[in-house]
Design a protein around this ligand. Structure first.
Ligand SMILES: Cc1ncc(COP(=O)(O)O)c(C=O)c1O
Length: 335
């Protein structure tokens, strides 16, 4: 890390704070007081949580005078698409690496949704065959960065593996602080938990801001036990970046994996029901990979009694909407 304060080293990508508003119809149906944080409306085209994370990565890239940003992710990755758009908005080029994380996908999946947007944005697109090999994906990206460096470019790599400083979590630490500052009285905050940067950052920021809300991460990538372990590691590394993260302890980590089946990037019946509920009660769209699985936690946990009647609940909509068009075949079957 450089000696710069990681929290202060930030590019401005959000432009304005996203709305936080009630969801009256679903509140009434479920007997809770439900609100939504609209991070689907933030920053770059199609918005999403990665905008807040990228403020810190691209701030670091600017501090190093980079001219090219390199990033790796799944074929329909929102992070990769958001990074390409954000890099270009700051005058940088983007190199993106797409990993095969979802089995049995067809040619349409590989060229639509976020992939199509990458082509429009003019990003250089690379491929990596193994979606479970985070270290290998990072190494391939660093090898491309070295080639660019030798060609006179100034590359900045956004790494994937958990053993890197979680700069992206700083964006959600700041968001958690702000939510707690406005309203510390939520009983539960529900969010998608993949790399864990959003979940860990929110948890740390809410605690640092004085909120005792239980933050429940809905697992979208791996089952509850490995996800809990990953969260502990992200939190530990976040504490190395900023003392503000000391407010959250490992005992605060809560995860739910009831919508993960049939696996990362694949739509199952629990997520389909959640999409339908949100769309038809509130007119808000969820994406099939992250936010449908995250939102599914709320009716499920109200059903089991874990979320008590009358609880104040905040659902964080983390975006991902461009992927709706990549999942057209699944969605046509489901609806
Ligand atoms: C739309 C959306 N929501 C949630 C997540 C999960 O966020 P995190 O990787 O910070 O856990 C992602 C990750 O790619 C995403 O694209």
């Amino acid at each position: 890390m450089s000696s710069l304060d990681p929290l202060a080293c930030r590019a401005s990508l959000l432009h304005e704070e996203t709305p936080l508003h009630p969801l009256p119809a679903i509140s009434e149906l479920l007997g809770i007081d439900l609100h939504i944080k609209r991070d689907d409306l933030c920053g770059a085209p199609f918005g999403g949580n990665k905008t807040r994370q990228l403020e810190h990565y691209l701030g670091a890239a600017q501090a190093q005078d980079a001219d090219t940003v390199l990033i790796t992710g799944a074929v329909q990755s929102n992070f990769v698409r958001t990074a390409a758009a954000a890099a270009m908005s700051l005058g940088m080029q983007a190199v993106v690496q797409l990993e095969d994380r979802v089995p049995d996908v067809d040619a349409f999946y590989r060229r639509s949704g976020n992939v199509l947007l990458l082509r429009v944005l003019g990003a250089e697109i690379m491929h990596y065959p193994d979606g479970e090999d985070e270290a290998g994906a990072d190494a391939a990206l660093r090898a491309r960065a070295e080639e660019l460096h030798l060609a006179g470019r100034r590359p900045y790599v956004i790494p994937l593996a958990v053993d890197n400083p979680p700069l992206g979590a700083l964006g959600y630490l700041r968001s958690g602080l702000q939510i707690a500052g406005e309203d510390a009285a939520f009983d539960y905050v529900i969010v998608a938990s993949g790399s864990g940067a959003t979940h860990a950052g929110l948890l740390a920021g809410l605690r640092a801001g004085g909120s005792a809300a239980q933050v429940i991460g809905s697992c979208v990538r791996r089952a509850a036990d490995p996800q809990r372990a990953r969260l502990a590691e992200v939190l530990r590394r976040l504490r190395d970046l900023t003392e503000a993260a000391n407010a959250a302890s490992d005992a605060d980590i809560a995860v739910w994996d009831g919508a993960l089946t049939p696996g990362y990037g694949r739509l199952g019946p629990v997520a389909t029901d959640a999409m339908q509920l949100m769309a038809r009660q509130e007119g808000i769209l969820l994406d099939p990979v992250y936010t449908a699985k995250a939102f599914a936690a709320i009716p499920a946990l109200v059903g089991t009694g874990k979320i008590e009647p009358g609880s104040r609940v905040l659902f964080v909509h983390t975006g991902g909407l461009a992927a709706l068009f990549g999942y057209q075949n699944d969605l046509e079957t489901a609806f």
